[in-house]
Design a protein around this ligand. Structure first.
Ligand code: KIV
Length: 256
């Protein structure tokens, strides 16, 4: 299937179900293992800035870093849709957004994601019209964490909810195939999901409020113990196993 066909199949799940499953992946082995597990979409998220590159937030991530990791994930030749994040500062206007989206696609992405609503609509339209599927991202926008002074819940007031709906409608009108909703309170996430014709993919929005879920790989695997968001639901606890394996190795080597 082509990237646009894969994105269209995900969009159709709004009507047909089942809910869409998405996980972040930043490297070849993780992408391959998640794909073998049957994941619908692999997001090469700019969260890699924190959980892979050791920065305090996503505002340090460059497009070259995104390209490097998108290429690694694409080498797994996943059946899943591969979405590459446009990192901060790489979509200031429609022409630049399209040029940088093309660079992610050349590296192997099937689709791209960018953050924000109304003010991104023309950029989304330019990318979609060039044949590249775009996933929106509303609610808490990690690329704006410094301006906002932290990771805050969204959709708590009627004004915030109305702004989210306005943003979602602008993105839909511009042609997104899905919208990630991050840290939107459950009632607002469910309400938004019912208002728009494309799937919402939730993170930190409560269970069953969106048309699908996305999780950061290290939250799922328990492999980044220094910061675990309150909504994370680990299915494994790899960090102590990695430390134990390395300790056993150190003992084996130093005791001979
Ligand atoms: O970068 C990322 O991993 C994301 C998810 C949190 C949705 O955008």
């Amino acid at each position: 299937m082509t990237g646009p066909e894969k994105a269209a199949a995900i969009a159709a799940r709004k009507q047909t179900g089942p809910p869409v499953s998405m996980l972040t992946a930043y490297d070849y082995p993780t992408a391959r293992l998640f794909d073998e597990a049957g994941i619908d979409a692999l997001l090469v998220g700019d969260s890699l800035g924190m959980v892979v590159l050791g920065y305090p937030d996503t505002t340090h991530v460059t497009l070259d870093q995104m390209i490097h990791h998108v290429a690694a994930v694409a080498r797994a030749q996943p059946r899943a849709l591969v979405i590459g994040d446009l990192s901060i500062g790489t979509y200031p206007d429609p022409a630049t957004a399209l040029a940088n989206a093309r660079r992610l696609v050349s590296a192997g992405a099937d689709a791209v994601k960018l953050e924000g609503g109304v003010r991104q609509a023309e950029k989304v339209r330019a990318i979609v019209q060039a044949g590249i599927p775009v996933c929106g991202h509303l609610g808490m926008l990690p690329q704006r964490v410094l301006e906002e002074g932290g990771y805050k819940k969204k959709g708590k007031t009627p004004e915030q909810s109305a702004a989210l709906l306005e943003g979602a409608r602008a993105l839909v009108e511009a042609g997104v195939f899905a919208i990630v909703l991050e840290s939107v309170i459950p009632a607002t996430a469910a309400w938004l999901t019912a208002q728009i014709p494309v799937p919402t993919i939730g993170i930190g929005c409560g269970e069953g409020t969106c048309d699908g879920e996305v999780a950061v790989a290290t939250d799922l695997l328990g492999s980044y113990p220094w910061f675990v968001p309150p909504f994370a639901k680990p299915e494994a606890r790899l960090a102590p196993q990695i430390t134990a394996a390395a300790s056993a190795y150190v003992r084996r080597v130093t005791s001979r």
